[in-house]
Write a protein that binds this ligand. Structure first.
Ligand code: URA
Length: 315
């Protein structure tokens, strides 16, 4: 597929998603011949099943890149439609204790005793000041043993008014040295991924589950997460993003209170502290397993489409 055709398909999908978010209905029709280069089929092609409002379209093995792209666009439109409906239902139940949507999904989320709701910060200046206060606390934090080994805490960085927040696992060596998230090799890949879906790092906010580096980059331990999670919760309460993207298994499991496989978590929308959450592979995992890049590309295009649909609703 040429770059021009790819761009056209992307524009078309975005337009359809925006139309849908704006209330118009559309029917996705499978093209009669999905590959311009393929010879005409001898028999009439079997019509594609209509997308069901309840279930995602069945997974098929597309033959060409163009067919795969068309299937993806249909799946993406269905994902956005179903996610918007779930988000609307969750917002309608906003008076219920936080985490109820998550409990509905997994049936096992622990009940969390929440402090009184934090103040609502409206302007970017207010949000900047509130985030800086949280960052200052994190830099002085001694709530878990990790503080003893840190060079710098890494509270997070980016736009305090961001609509999209990305959450990784914990700082690595380079992040610990600079006090900034995702500045090593996986950070470069994350920057590229963001650019591919039309975001700069300055537009989004990037942080981690843990604000201090675990020795040898091991997985975070439960008591470290328990000690550190209030910072993240407060950061999200200040920013109030439209959407959160979990980078990797550890971020998704921690945030969503589940041990479901990342492969299953990637396919649906979740909630954390009332904020819609999606999950995809960690950039470091992509560096080790380049085969995951294709699925990640699909995930982040869904992030972009849902983000645009939510922005259209907010506008
Ligand atoms: N990996 C993470 O999870 N976070 C970072 O900030 C860097 C690497």
């Amino acid at each position: 597929m040429t770059a021009g055709l790819q761009a056209l398909l992307d524009d078309l999908a975005r337009y359809l998603v925006q139309q849908q978010a704006a209330g118009s209905t559309f029917i996705w029709r499978e093209p009669e011949s999905s590959s311009a280069a393929a010879p005409a089929p001898a028999a009439a092609p079997t019509p594609a099943p209509a997308p069901s409002p309840a279930a995602p379209p069945p997974r098929q093995t597309p033959g060409t890149k163009q067919e795969r792209e068309l299937l993806f666009q249909r799946e993406c439109a269905g994902f956005v439609r179903d996610s918007l409906a779930l988000i609307a239902r969750t917002r309608a139940h906003a008076a219920e204790p936080t985490g109820s949507a998550q409990s509905e999904m997994f049936g096992s989320a622990p009940a969390v005793a929440l402090p009184p709701p934090p103040p609502v910060y409206e302007t970017v200046a207010e949000k900047t000041a509130a985030l800086e206060a949280i960052a200052a606390e994190a830099r002085a934090c001694t709530r878990c043993p990790l503080h003893a080994g840190r060079t710098n805490a890494v509270p997070g960085a980016g736009n305090p008014g961001a609509g999209l927040v990305l959450i990784g696992e914990a700082p690595g060596q380079e992040e610990d040295r600079q006090g900034l998230p995702f500045v090593g090799r996986s950070g470069q890949l994350l920057t590229d991924i963001l650019r591919a879906i039309g975001f700069t790092r300055d537009e989004v906010f990037i942080c981690n589950i843990l604000k201090c580096r675990p020795p040898g980059n091991r997985d975070p331990e439960r008591q470290e997460v328990t000690a550190c999670e209030p910072y993240l919760r407060r950061q999200l309460a200040v920013i109030r993003p439209r959407l959160v993207l979990c980078l990797g298994r550890v971020a998704a499991h921690t945030l969503l209170g589940t041990s479901a496989p990342l492969g299953a978590l990637r396919r649906t929308i979740h909630f954390y502290a009332g904020v819609p959450v999606m999950a995809t592979f960690h950039p470091a995992s992509l560096l080790r397993n380049p085969g995951q890049k294709r699925d990640t590309w699909d995930d982040v295009r869904k992030v972009r489409a849902l983000y645009d649909a939510l922005a259209a609703i907010d506008a």
